[in-house]
Design a protein around this ligand. Structure first.
Ligand SMILES: Cc1cc2nc3c(=O)[nH]c(=O)nc-3n(C[C@H](O)[C@H](O)[C@H](O)COP(=O)(O)OP(=O)(O)OC[C@H]3O[C@@H](n4cnc5c(N)ncnc54)[C@H](O)[C@@H]3O)c2cc1C
Length: 573
């Protein structure tokens, strides 16, 4: 057992964590990252389609703001959205200067005939869902990979200390102040205390709560669960984004960029059915609208070949365009669905994709707990409200990662190292030791699978009170059964069974909050669609949900939505 001390400890090395670390370090703070994965394996690497910003002179900040507010179904806090959009262009150019090789206007043979209007050699942009202008910057369909590697190179250059493959098991809090974290070195199985004046959570989302998801295996809501256990509220957890185009059957993502480039969605009868759901925007309506349309077609028996999927047809885009702009999509189709999208449509259905909710923070990433900051998908600054626009999440990681890093560095100046509770490491060692010795009848994979299935089936795209209550009861029952799990013990070196057991604790914690908040919100808004309450109800529900743990109970509270320029209107596409 070792005690490490730094000014700022950042948990998570995705885009948000690394961007925050670079900024805090630039401001002179002693920063360390603690991450359960090597940084470039973080889920940000899987982002495909792109990142939004107003960089074309014909586009306007106001349009990007309005698209985001409308996309959020008016639940996004408009003062925060203004910051996101205003700082977007600067962040794109900064990424470019850091070394990100964005796809450029005029690049590639297939584009040679396009009319460039003097923009040759500037960053190219593609259309994305729910937006009135093509403002999504991209690097083919591997945007996340390129950005994450660029960020890692800059992190190394900045000399930030990274504790790779350290799994954080808890926050250390005394008298309402965060003083660090406890983390397990997966290479040795040893637990260490990290003392810090500020802790910044950048642990990503919780997609693995659901059986069909585009998210990597490690996206298990650890940071949200850790904060929640310490009495920090979680905001707007009922809003889970289902991405319309997950590859059937795995749920692996097919980027919205495919539709941005012109792909059609077609049902078993050969109809481009989006004309019935969003005649104006068709395939490029926002994700919640398209996901519900696909789910309805499937549920009403218009899936392809009577199966639970519809087709995403790219064939008319032609070989050159697909190879230049969507090469990874072609590879994924061949490898995971045995379909070559040059000659056949891809089978797709909605897949759990993104967590709109999370740890509430101010515009500089500060949470309600002193010394605790959060950024990226685990946070809820509330720029996405009830539904996130594609391309706004990568943007959030860099804009608010930078801000949170700066704020954490300012916070630690002149702050003394907080006290930590006596014996915290020993207590945690006992808790983990008891898990390692668990020899009950229950299996971790089985509990996880039962949880994921019930959450996808009953707290998914379409929701009603009865099934959701069943899901909540099931989540609670599984939590009880978890007390009797079985681990096989063995070596502590890379004991992945232990890590999975710890991750399951997070999934169970987060799932209960999602189900409870979803039952509680008796309206439909953005991604949260209630068959028993199909209308948006601004009178009663134009407010954020806050869920807080009190002993065994979860208490719900609310806070108002910040509305600056755009009063709520009917949302039509
Ligand atoms: C397939 C896919 C495609 C996407 N495409 C796009 C896109 O084109 N455009 C867009 O805007 N958004 C996209 N998104 C969303 C976007 O990529 C994510 O929201 C964003 O990258 C999240 O970044 P992050 O830094 O918050 O978290 P992540 O990148 O998920 O990183 C989380 C980090 O936390 C660490 N961590 C977690 N728990 C612990 C723990 N207990 N202890 C220690 N470390 C821990 C992990 O090791 C990891 O380093 C996509 C998402 C997916 C899944």
């Amino acid at each position: 057992m070792t005690v490490f001390t730094h000014d700022v400890v950042i948990v998570g090395a995705g885009l948000a964590g690394m961007r925050a670390a670079i900024e805090a370090s630039r401001q002179g703070a002693d920063v360390a990252i603690v991450s359960k994965l090597h940084p470039v394996r973080s889920h940000s690497v899987a982002a495909q389609g792109g990142i939004n910003a107003v960089i074309n002179p014909e586009d306007t900040i106001k349009d990007h703001e309005f698209d985001t507010v409308k996309g959020s179904d008016y639940l996004g806090d408009q003062d925060r959205i203004e910051v996101l959009i205003a700082e977007a262009p600067m962040n794109i150019y900064e990424l470019e200067h850091m070394g990100a090789a964005f796809s450029m206007v005029g690049e590639g043979e297939a584009l040679a005939q396009r009319h460039f209007e003097g923009r040759l050699g500037t960053i190219d942009q593609r259309p994305f869902g729910g937006q009135n202008f093509p403002r999504t910057c991209f690097i083919q369909d591997r945007t996340g990979q390129a950005l994450l590697h660029t960020m890692y190179e800059n992190l190394l250059r900045q000399g930030v200390m990274v504790y790779e493959e350290y799994y954080t098991t808890r926050l250390v809090v005394k008298d309402g102040v965060v003083g660090g974290v406890v983390a397990l070195d997966q290479r040795t199985g040893e637990l260490h205390l990290f003392r810090a004046k500020a802790v910044l959570l950048a642990t990503g989302g919780y997609g693995r709560v659901f059986s069909v998801t585009s998210n990597a295996m490690d996206v298990t809501g650890d940071g949200m669960a850790m904060a929640f256990r310490e009495g920090v509220p979680l905001e707007d957890m009922e809003f889970v984004q289902f991405h319309p185009t997950g590859l059937y059957p795995t749920g692996i993502l097919v980027t919205e960029g495919a539709r941005g480039e012109g792909a059609y969605i077609v049902n078993g009868k050969g109809e481009r059915f989006m004309s019935r759901y969003a005649a104006g925007k068709m395939e490029l309506a926002p994700r919640d609208v398209v996901a519900r349309a696909i789910q309805t077609e499937i549920e009403e028996g218009r899936g392809v070949k009577g199966r639970p999927y519809v087709d995403l047809d790219l064939r008319h885009l032609g070989c050159a365009k697909i190879q230049e702009r969507l090469p990874q999509i072609r590879e994924l189709g061949i490898n995971f669905a045995a379909v070559d999208c040059l000659t056949q449509p891809l089978p797709i259905r909605p897949t759990a994709h993104y967590s709109m909710g999370g740890v509430p923070t101010d515009v500089n990433g500060a949470s309600t707990l002193k010394g605790l900051f959060a950024a990226g998908e685990c946070s809820c600054i509330s720029v996405h409200g009830a539904n996130r626009l594609g391309g706004n999440s990568l943007l959030e990681t860099v804009v608010f990662g930078r801000r949170a890093g700066m704020a954490a560095a300012a916070f630690v100046k002149g702050t003394a190292l907080p006290e930590v509770p006596a014996g915290v490491l020993e207590t945690e060692k006992k808790r983990i030791g008891a898990l390692l010795d668990a020899r009950g009848p229950e299996s971790v994979p089985r509990i996880r699978e039962e949880l994921q299935t019930v959450m996808f089936d009953k707290v998914g795209i379409y929701r009603t009170e009865g099934p959701m209550k069943e899901a909540l009861a099931k989540a609670r029952e599984l939590k009880k059964r978890y007390k009797d799990i079985h681990l096989s013990g063995g070596s502590l070196v890379f004991n992945t069974e232990l890590i999975e057991a710890l991750e399951l604790q997070s999934l169970l914690e987060v799932a209960e909050v999602i189900a409870l908040c979803a039952i509680n919100r008796t309206e439909s808004r953005g991604s949260h669609f209630r068959r028993d309450f199909p209308k948006r109800d601004d009178q009663n529900w134009l407010k954020h949900t806050l869920a807080r743990r009190k002993g065994d109970d979860i208490v719900l509270d609310y806070k108002p939505v910040a509305i600056t320029k755009y009063p709520p209107q009917e949302r039509k596409y």
